[in-house]
Ligand binder design. Structure first.
Ligand code: DON
Length: 319
C-alpha cells in the first residue's frame, strides 16, 4: 500500500506514465457507448482522458481532460455523503443497506427481508438516498445538492437540461424501482420529486480534472486539496469509501477489489473515480463501456496504475 511519503517517488514518473498509458489505450476500440438514454448515445467514443490529483494539490493530466460530460452514477458517492450528513449513519442504514448485490446496477430488486435497497451505489439505493436529501422544496434540495458538488469541484456546476430531460422521459426502470420502494414505505417523499432530483444529480456536468479533484477530496479526509475547505464531514469518509470499495463497480466490484484494490465508482457516461486514501484521487473518462457498464479504458488504466505504483490497499511490499 502506497503512503503519502511515497508521493515524491511516484510523482517523478507519474506524468510520463499517464502519457504512455494514454497512447497505449487510445487506439483500442472495445466497448459500446451507453445508448439507453438517447442523449448519451451522441457522445464521441474517442474522447479519453486520465487525471490524477494528489492530496498536496498537484495535478497530472493527459488527453481531453477539459471535456465536459454528465457525471451519472459517480454522483451517487457524493449524494451518499450528503445524506449521511443530513441523517447520520444509523438512520441511513434503516433506509438503504450496504450489501453488494452481484446484480446489474439497474436491477429492480430490494432485500427480501428488510425491503431496503441493497446499497446506495445501485440505482434503487441511490434513488432512496436522494429522496432523503433535506430541503423545504424541490428548489432548495437541488440547490443544496449543487452546493455540495461545488465544494468538491471548487467551481460552479450545472445540470445539462437535455440529458436530464432524456433521462426523465426514458427512466421507466428507475420509476418502477421508486414505486416498489414507495409500496414498502422506503420512500416517503413525492416520488416524482425524488426521481427528478436523482435525474438532475446524474446530469451534473464535470470534466476529468473535476473527477480527480473530487476523488482527491475523499482521499484527503473530505478536505478539498485545492481550496483547503471541508467538502464533507470527515467522520463520514470511511462510510463513503467502504461502500465504494464493496459496491462501486457493480457486479465487477469483487474482481476490481481483487485486482485494483482501491475504492472506486463508475458512471455510464464513461467516467471512473478511484481513491488512494491519504495519497491521491484518480479520474478517467472514456465513454465505451463493457457489459457491466464500466468504462473499458477506465478499468484498464486503473489496473495498470495500481500495478505500477502498488496502489492496492493490501499490498504489503512497496516497490
Ligand atoms: O439511472 C440511470 O440510469 C443513470 N442516470 C445513471 C446510471 C449509471 O451511471 C450507472 N452506472 N454505471
Amino acid at each position: 500500500m502506497v503512503k503519502q511519503e511515497d508521493l515524491q517517488t511516484i510523482a517523478s514518473s507519474l506524468q510520463s506514465f499517464l502519457e504512455d498509458l494514454h497512447s497505449k489505450y487510445e487506439s483500442r476500440g472495445d466497448g459500446t457507448v451507453a445508448n439507453y438514454i438517447p442523449e448519451l448515445a451522441k457522445v464521441n467514443p474517442d474522447l479519453f482522458s486520465i487525471c490524477i490529483a494528489t492530496v498536496n494539490g498537484d495535478v497530472y493530466e493527459v488527453g481531453d481532460y477539459n471535456q465536459l460530460f454528465t457525471i451519472q452514477s459517480i454522483s451517487k458517492v457524493f449524494v451518499h455523503g450528503l445524506a449521511l450528513e443530513d441523517h447520520g449513519r444509523d438512520y441511513l442504514l434503516t433506509r438503504v443497506g450496504v450489501e453488494p448485490t452481484g446484480d446489474a446496477f439497474n436491477a429492480i430488486i430490494l432485500d427480501e427481508k428488510s425491503k431496503r435497497p441493497y446499497n446506495p451505489m445501485v440505482n434503487a439505493g441511490a434513488i432512496a438516498t436522494t429522496s432523503l436529501i433535506k430541503g423545504s422544496d424541490a428548489t432548495e434540495r437541488l440547490n443544496r445538492m449543487l452546493d455540495m458538488f461545488e465544494k468538491y469541484t471548487s467551481h460552479n456546476v450545472f445540470v445539462d437540461i437535455s440529458v436530464f430531460t432524456s433521462e426523465r422521459i426514458t427512466g421507466h426502470r428507475n420509476r418502477a424501482m421508486a414505486h416498489l420502494m414507495l409500496n414498502f414505505g422506503m420512500i416517503d417523499q413525492n416520488i416524482e420529486q425524488a426521481l427528478d432530483l436523482y435525474f438532475q444529480q446524474c446530469s451534473v456536468m464535470v470534466n476529468c480534472h473535476d473527477l480527480a479533484v473530487m476523488a482527491a477530496t475523499l482521499a484527503n479526509k473530505g478536505i478539498n486539496p485545492m481550496t483547503g475547505k471541508q467538502a464533507v464531514d470527515s467522520r463520514y469518509v470511511k462510510d463513503i469509501l467502504s461502500v465504494m470499495y464493496t459496491c462501486g463497480m457493480y457486479n465487477f466490484a469483487g474482481e476490481w477489489a481483487y485486482k485494483v484494490g482501491i475504492p472506486a465508482k463508475s458512471g455510464i457516461s464513461g467516467g471512473i473515480i478511484a481513491i488512494v486514501p491519504d495519497v491521491m484521487g484518480i479520474g478517467v473518462f472514456s465513454p465505451p463501456l463493457d457489459s457491466r457498464g464500466n468504462s473499458v479504458r477506465g478499468v484498464k488504466v486503473c489496473e495498470e496504475l495500481s500495478q505500477q505504483f502498488g496502489l492496492h490497499l493490501f499490498e504489503c511490499w512497496r516497490k
